[in-house]
Design a protein around this ligand. Structure first.
Ligand code: FMN
Length: 202
């Protein structure tokens, strides 16, 4: 290959940058990494949709998001937990893969629910399951909630529908788009072991 890498680009520096972007994604609503496309396998074939990045555990290499356990994606994950997540922002694409771990009736979901604000809890108060056919355009929420957040007591009714999906990552692929030539690296690991990097031709 004819182009030399600047000495600053190492597997460690790429990982550092990735986890810092993910940490920002979790904290900052306007960060490009605040949401990701989540791909699952459905009986029809691949299925993709956005989710909000809610948990980032750099030490363990785990990402997490919240969902309604009545949703199609939940049933898909019960059948096949293999997922791919795709992020893009600041000229960086991150493709991440792992096996989803489903949390509904456990301490992980309890804690996440406790930390979930009333406005976000409102999503879990829809009477019918997400994806249910409706005779007209609808939010699915009880009418009085269309302009207001629920109070604490009322929001508690959403807990039964609330779930957390965590994804211990097994593989990450970083693609940096740049005028002087793109750069691409893959990181993989066994279980929770150390990340092993490889440079790839973009
Ligand atoms: C920016 C954005 C963020 C979203 N975040 C979530 C999320 O965190 N969890 C979720 O279940 N759905 C989220 N949704 C809605 C999903 O993309 C999807 O429409 C819904 O969950 C139904 O998907 P399913 O039928 O595959 O289960 C989000 C949609 C958008 C556009």
């Amino acid at each position: 290959m004819d182009s030399r890498e600047p000495p600053s680009l190492t597997f460690a520096s790429v990982l550092e940058q990735l986890w810092s972007q993910l940490a920002d994604g979790q904290r900052l609503r306007h960060s490009a990494f605040h949401q990701a496309v989540l791909a699952t396998s459905s009986p029809r074939g691949p299925s993709a949709r956005y989710v909000v990045l809610r948990q980032v555990d750099r030490e363990r290499g785990v990402l997490g998001f919240h969902t309604d356990r009545r949703s199609e994606k939940w049933a898909e994950l019960e059948r096949d937990p293999r997922v791919a997540l795709c992020f893009y922002g600041q000229n960086i694409q991150l493709r991440a893969e792992g096996r989803a771990v489903l949390h509904h009736d456990d301490a992980v979901a309890d804690l996440a629910w406790k930390r979930t604000g009333l406005m976000s809890r409102r999503c879990y108060l829809a009477e019918a399951a997400p994806g249910t056919a409706a005779p007209m355009p609808t939010s699915g929420l009880p009418a009085h909630l269309s302009k207001d957040r629920p109070n604490e007591a009322e929001s508690a009714g959403g807990r039964v529908n609330f779930a957390v999906v965590t994804v211990p990552l097994q593989r990450m692929e970083w693609l940096h788009l740049a005028f002087e030539g793109h750069r691409r690296a893959r990181f993989s690991r066994v279980g929770f072991g150390p990340w092993r990097g490889e440079w790839l031709v973009p």
